[in-house]
Design a protein around this ligand. Structure first.
Ligand SMILES: [Zn+2]
Length: 173
């Protein structure tokens, strides 16, 4: 059985006893999280979150991309979230290649020069990457100044979340 078929079978099982149909769309904990898509990082589990508690926006690297900002702004302005967490993790795949290398590989394999996406957002320094993502959120004119934004690194070996930035850290523009 393919993983897709297995997943669909699991869903049939899940829906049989489903009891969460009346949750409101506003996250109960008023929390929005941007995290890497890494399969070892189960955001709900590591933060003790339940269905309905938080918005979880995920992509390769846990990057505050234009699209992540789009979701964050909707989350904050339309769905009432007031705290933001940005979570990267140790042993991230984004530390293991360069944008340029992937672009060359894609061109070699497909014969096509990439148009979109123009940037894969790879990075060399994990903590600095987290700080940069926090900066992008804090300096965005549509994200309210008073909002809490914290950057953290999840350790895939220990399960611990370690803070990289303070809640009220000054932003150097
Ligand atoms: Zn990652």
């Amino acid at each position: 059985m393919s993983s897709t078929d297995e997943s669909l079978k699991a869903n049939a099982e899940f829906a049989r006893d489903f009891e969460l149909g009346s949750l409101p769309k506003q996250p109960a904990k008023k929390l929005a999280i941007i995290a890497c898509m890494d399969a070892r990082l189960t955001v709900e589990q590591i933060l003790g979150l339940q269905t309905g508690d938080a918005h979880i926006i995920r992509n390769a690297g846990g990057i505050v991309s234009d699209d992540a900002l789009r979701s964050l702004i909707i989350s904050n302005h339309l769905l009432g979230t007031t705290e933001i967490l940005i979570i990267n993790h140790t042993d991230c795949g984004m530390l293991t290649f360069k944008d340029q290398d992937l672009r060359q590989k894609l061109k070699a394999e497909t014969g096509v020069d990439a148009t979109v996406p123009t940037d894969f957002h790879t990075f060399n320094d994990l903590a600095e990457n987290v700080r940069e993502q926090v900066r992008r959120v804090r300096t965005h004119p549509w994200i309210p100044k008073g909002i809490s934004v914290r950057g953290l690194i999840y350790d895939v070996k220990t399960g611990q979340l370690n803070p990289v930035t303070e809640e009220k850290e000054e932003v150097v523009r």
